[in-house]
Design a protein around this ligand. Structure first.
Ligand SMILES: C[C@@H](Nc1nc2c(c3cc(-c4cn[nH]c4)ccc13)C(=O)N=C/C2=C\CC1CC1)C(C)(C)C
Length: 311
């Protein structure tokens, strides 16, 4: 198409105003699938390179027959809808979704620096400045989800990934719950999370709400500081007993402010937890002395402190 002097080139009908291609439906053959990154209960996550652009993503692949046999279709649709609805720098983004005869494919952000859990294990916990920074990012991400009427319900260090810039990407919404605007009872009754992070109220009256995600944040805070979750039994039942009895202890060397923050969150009565919905929500955590000096605004634009283990 040649542009004459007086007539600028008109974008051809297949191009939109600024010459961009409209988003074309992707198919399996658009991608080369590579190494396995993680295994979920009903899915595998592998590296996926888009042939046309060379862009590298993560592909969550679900076997359709297995999903149908296990009656998980509802959960898969819930996860896709929630991933499509959430837009935040600290939440993994869904770029494309498609299927072939055997599988469903979700094409998502790749988190090249893997799971936060791997870093905690490698370093035996994080230095106070790192624990502060990453706890603040986790609180920011969960606060955003709660503002979008979404409970994650399975927050844990293996679901908190690290992007190439070492900021967090929260993932695994297969067990999340998004409430409708006018839904009166913002509590969910259908799922129990991972034993080490499950809240006492979920074990006693099966009801999970924002305060249950807050409890998990308290468990993660302990683990960031000490390298291990607060409640860990030799089996799931033992772990549940420890949770119900608030049976945990700090190892020596945890700074007093950090210890105080954990102790104010890991409270059996959900409403009495620092950051509970009854006390005004997660924003209450920002004022705690442990976060003194941290700039809460613009975390995605800040440079994370270099990953380091406890002194
Ligand atoms: C939590 C998940 N594990 C993972 N899910 C995702 C990863 C991921 C990456 C590494 C990794 C990268 N480098 N080294 C390790 C290790 C585990 C990963 C990623 O990059 N992008 C999106 C992901 C998930 C999105 C999808 C849930 C919606 C489980 C264990 C369930 C498979």
């Amino acid at each position: 198409q040649t542009a004459t002097a007086e007539q600028p080139p008109q974008p051809s009908p297949s191009q939109d105003a600024i010459g961009r291609q409209p988003a074309r439906k992707r198919v399996v053959s658009d991608f080369d699938f590579g190494r396995t990154l993680g295994e979920g209960s009903y899915s595998t996550v592998v590296e996926a390179t888009e042939r046309a652009t060379g862009r590298v993503y993560a592909a969550k692949i679900l076997d359709k027959r297995h999903i149908i046999k296990e009656k998980k279709i509802k959960y898969v649709n819930i996860e896709r809808d929630i991933l499509q609805a959430l837009h935040h720098p600290f939440v993994v983004r869904l770029h494309y979704a498609f299927q072939d005869s055997q599988s469903l494919y979700f094409i998502l952000d790749l988190a090249p620096n893997g799971e936060l859990l791997a870093w905690i294990r490698k370093l035996g916990g994080l230095a106070e400045a790192c624990a502060r920074f990453y706890l603040a990012e986790i609180i920011t991400a969960v606060e955003y989800m709660h503002a979008e009427r979404t409970l994650h319900r399975d927050i844990k260090p293996e679901n908190i990934l690290l992007g190439s810039n070492m900021h967090i990407l929260v993932t695994d919404f297969g067990t999340a719950k998004m409430f409708k605007k006018d839904e009166p009872d913002q509590r969910a009754y259908s799922f129990v999370g991972t034993a080490e992070y499950v809240s006492p109220e979920l074990l006693t009256d099966k009801a999970a709400d924002c305060n249950s995600d807050l409890w998990a944040i308290g468990c993660i805070a302990f683990q960031l500081l000490t390298g291990r979750p607060p409640f860990k039994g030799s089996n799931e039942y033992q772990t549940f007993q420890k949770v119900l009895k608030l049976d945990y202890a700090f190892p020596p060397g945890v700074p007093p402010h950090a210890r105080d923050l954990v102790e104010r969150i890991l409270v059996l009565d959900p409403a009495s937890r620092l950051g509970s919905t009854q006390r005004g929500g997660l924003r209450e955590l920002r004022a705690h002395p442990f976060f003194r000096g941290l700039e809460w605004h613009g975390l995605p634009a800040q440079t994370p402190p270099p990953m380091a283990g406890p002194a």
